[in-house]
Design a protein around this ligand. Sequence first.
Ligand SMILES: [Zn+2]
Length: 93
Amino acid sequence: MAENDTQSQVRVCQSCGLPFDEGHLKFIAKEPNGEDSIYCCFCYKDGAFLNPDATIAEMIEIGVPHLAAKIGEPAAREAMRQLIPTLARWRVG
Ligand SMILES: [Zn+2]
């Protein structure tokens, strides 16, 4: 079933960690030049963050309920704590 091994890892939004798997490709934001962004349309639009003042802690809390539906809240919070600080938006500064 693995037809595409060139990208073994699913890309994720580099702000909130939303996975851009097959069902989520439509959520990839567009850059003003029409190229695919590294961010999702919930985080980013027309070259700017929709919530520019968000902090890592806030972004973790935003993500937890979505993931908690699948793996439970404690595991979801831990996973988001691990993931979010590694994303491009939060690594700088
Ligand atoms: Zn996002």
